[in-house]
Design a protein around this ligand. Sequence first.
Ligand code: SF4
Ligand code: F3S
Length: 115
Amino acid sequence: MTYLVTDNCIKCKNMDCVEVCPVDCFYEGENFLVINPDECIDCGVCEPECGPGAILADSALGAEAEKWHNINMKYSLIWPVITEKGEAPADADEWDGVPNKYDSGLMSELPGKGT
Ligand code: SF4
Ligand code: F3S
C-alpha cells in the first residue's frame, strides 16, 4: 500500500503536505506534486493535511489506483524532492474541485523548483 497524490492537486498545489512527511517522499512538478510509492511508508499523516483532499491511499482509489500509481511513480523519478512548503498558486481556490484536470491536459510535465 502507498498513498498517492491525485487529480485535485493539479493547479491547487498548496504544499501543506510536504513538511509532515517523515521520509521526504514528495516530488514537485510545476503545478502538481507526486509521492514516490516505493519510498512512502504508509503513515497516512499527509492525507488530512491536504485541504483539497487530493491525497488518498491507493486502496481507496479502486479502478483509478493503477493510473495514479503510474503517474506518481513516473514523475517522482524525474522531478525534484520538495520538503518545504512554497507559495500556493494565487488562483488555487478557483481550481479546487474542477473535475478531470489530468485528463484535460492541465498537469504540467515540467519540474518544479524543489527544496
Ligand atoms: Fe509521506 Fe506518510 Fe504521506 Fe507516505 S503517507 S507520503 S510516508 S506522509
Ligand atoms: Fe497538492 Fe494537497 Fe499537497 S493540493 S501540494 S497534495 S497539500
